[in-house]
Design a protein. Structure first.
Length: 255
């Protein structure tokens, strides 16, 4: 009797393990690096370096994305948590500014696509500073930078045909999501590889006057990896005693 029970229990555990996907959507690459260069100039020396490290424990995936100066000094850090393929939280440290904030996803029920996004952000490094909260309804196809590659891969056929694809993008310093539209810009060759260049621009005409279009260079052959990204970054650049938004060229190193 006991042997039969143990045997059934073993089968149950085996089935539960089989249900867990071999690879989560945002798990790969487990380690990835990149370099960030000034825009409109010949890349010689990077302004910043980038590193992504993904660590999985069961169905939970933790991603650390770090931006650093060439001498190794940290400039910004992003901490992402997924439950399976669903975003749970995104925390941003703007080390350059001493600012920090985050966005937490509250789903009802837990694994549904409906729920709310709870934001908080503070501009000052003061220990007693209270972050300003805000929340909004979770919309379909709400993304952060770490989710961009798989999202574009999933919509590859539509984009390659010339269709437009929309998303909402989490902007922690603004404590809100912003609508963006992807469209095919052109086809080209990049470092001997056939590529498609995608254009990402704000869906709002008003915001489009403030934020320049962003461009993603993806390899034409599967798995359609993002090779290069041109446009607004997480980082800032110092001009005198002020910090300005940085539009730059990010080149990813695929091993």
């Amino acid at each position: 009797m006991l042997a039969a029970f143990c045997s059934a229990l073993a089968v149950c555990f085996a089935d539960s393990k089989q249900e867990e996907p071999a690879t989560l959507k945002y798990e790969e690459p487990k380690v990835m690096t990149g370099r960030i260069y000034a825009q409109d100039c010949e890349p010689e020396k990077p302004l910043f370096n980038f590193k992504r490290v993904a660590t999985r424990s069961g169905g939970t995936l933790e991603v650390i994305r770090e931006y650093s100066y060439p001498d190794g000094k940290p400039a910004a850090r992003e901490h992402v948590l997924y439950n399976g393929n669903a975003l749970v939280s995104f925390d941003l440290e703007e080390i350059q500014l001493g600012a920090k904030g985050g966005a937490k996803i509250r789903r009802e029920p837990q694994h549904s696509e409906t729920g709310r996004i709870e934001f908080e952000y503070t501009k000052t490094p003061e220990p007693n500073a209270r972050p300003k909260p805000r929340s909004e309804v979770l919309a379909p196809d709400t993304l952060i930078a770490d989710m961009m590659g798989p999202f574009l891969g999933e919509n590859w056929d539509r984009l390659a045909r010339g269709e437009k694809v929309k998303c909402r993008y989490i902007v922690v310093p603004r404590r809100e999501t912003v609508g963006f539209t992807f469209s095919k810009e052109s086809e080209s060759t990049w470092r001997s590889s056939e590529v498609i260049i995608l254009r990402m621009e704000p869906s709002s005409r008003l915001l489009a006057t403030l934020v320049k279009p962003l461009f993603f260079t993806l390899e034409k052959q599967p798995p359609h990896r993002v090779l290069q990204y041109v446009g607004r970054t997480t980082l800032k650049i110092q001009a005198g005693d002020k910090w300005k938004d940085l539009d730059a060229v990010t080149i990813f190193d695929w091993q």
